[in-house]
Design a protein around this ligand. Structure first.
Ligand code: MRU
Length: 344
């Protein structure tokens, strides 16, 4: 597998070559690849890669080793549910092929991972098609973190909507929150939009309220890492702050995400596990300390935006408006609840 190392962007476009599934899992842990759908796709491919080198001769032997690989990926990051969704999908494929020749099963796993990637790109384009109608012909859209091609199989969710509106001829200007501490907005969203020639201005996270009060923001549009059954959304830390500010200024707050980000086994956002990352991401920049020695820092990577702040969730199945719990249940009626053992 070749993974674009997102930690090095925008300075360098470097690819990491992985021939061992453990290196792929480590790449997810260390943010070489990040963004909910991208993590799921990468895990599916990593599982297929690992499965190929299981030297088993019986299904039982194969399944034991396969399960260990799945657990390795399940332990990489806790918040984005797409990871567990993809693992479950790969496991279900194996369980449905108990009697298949093992070399054929290994090939099927590779094909399933490739299908997950192709489907995600198609889903993002559908999200874009549905969502573009929500943006006015001339508007400034504020986004947070990176929910673009880099965070998905390609095209993007929140940035996919912006891209579709732009491709439809709308004059869109993007304000990209820098997104402390990992700077996904400044480094990645700006990199993607600049390459697409979509006008973008990076602002520090603390500037959002200033621009909203000046009526310079017409919509806030973000991605999601996990959406609870009641419509509460986990997304990059700082998203909740934007939602509260948007409500205060009567600016619509939209979430764009595939239905694989919806976790029906979780009823409210309070039950979504929030990843705590290394405080060094806050205390250091470029290897240099930026706070006095001995001072502690907190680093929750995500926060919860309660559903009452969300004007709509844009999915590949259409735009879900409030009441979000009812509309989520309606579009998800064909989806099985995530099995308990896969929940972190
Ligand atoms: O820590 P990250 O960079 O993986 O967090 C990513 C986000 O919060 C994105 O907004 C989310 O995964 C949606 S990506 C389409």
């Amino acid at each position: 597998m070749r993974l674009l190392d997102q930690r090095r962007l925008p300075q360098e476009e470097v690819y990491l070559a992985c021939s061992d599934y453990r290196d792929v899992a480590q790449a997810i842990r260390t943010m070489v690849v990040r963004g909910a759908p991208a993590i799921g796709i990468t895990a599916a491919m990593g599982i297929a890669l690992g499965a190929r080198s299981i030297p088993a001769t019986t299904f039982e032997e194969f399944y034991r080793a396969f399960e260990q690989i799945c657990q390795e990926f399940a332990s990489t990051r806790p918040t984005a549910v797409n990871l567990f969704w993809a693992i479950t999908r790969m496991r279900n494929l194996v369980l449905a092929h108990r009697d298949t020749d093992l070399s054929l099963l290994k090939q099927r796993l590779v094909e399933e991972a490739q299908r997950i990637l192709a489907e995600d790109i198609a889903i993002n384009k559908q999200i874009g098609e549905h969502g573009k109608s929500l943006l006015a012909d001339e508007s400034t859209v504020l986004t947070h973190c990176n929910a673009g091609a880099l965070a998905t199989g390609g095209y993007g969710t929140a940035l996919g909507v912006i891209r579709a509106a732009w491709e439809a001829g709308k004059k869109i200007m993007v304000l990209a929150d820098e997104t402390r501490p990992f700077l996904q907005g400044a480094r990645l969203t700006a990199w993607e939009l600049h390459a697409l020639r979509i006008p973008v201005k990076v602002i520090t996270d603390s500037m959002a309220g200033y621009f909203m009060r000046k009526k310079m923001v017409q919509a806030v549009l973000v991605g999601a890492d996990r959406i609870a059954a009641n419509g509460d959304v986990a997304n990059k830390i700082g998203t909740y702050t934007l939602a509260v500010l948007a409500k205060e200024h009567d600016i619509p707050f939209y979430v764009a995400a595939p239905t694989s980000t919806i976790d029906l086994s979780i009823s409210t956002g309070d039950d979504i596990p929030i990843e705590e990352r290394n405080p060094q991401e806050v205390t250091h920049w470029g290897g240099q300390p930026i706070v006095p020695p001995g001072v502690e820092a907190a680093n929750p990577a995500f926060d919860i935006t309660p559903h009452s702040y969300i004007r709509a969730i844009i999915t590949e199945k259409g735009i879900l408006s409030p009441p979000l719990d009812e509309n989520i249940a309606r579009v998800m009626s064909d989806r099985k609840v995530l099995s308990a053992e896969m929940r972190p």
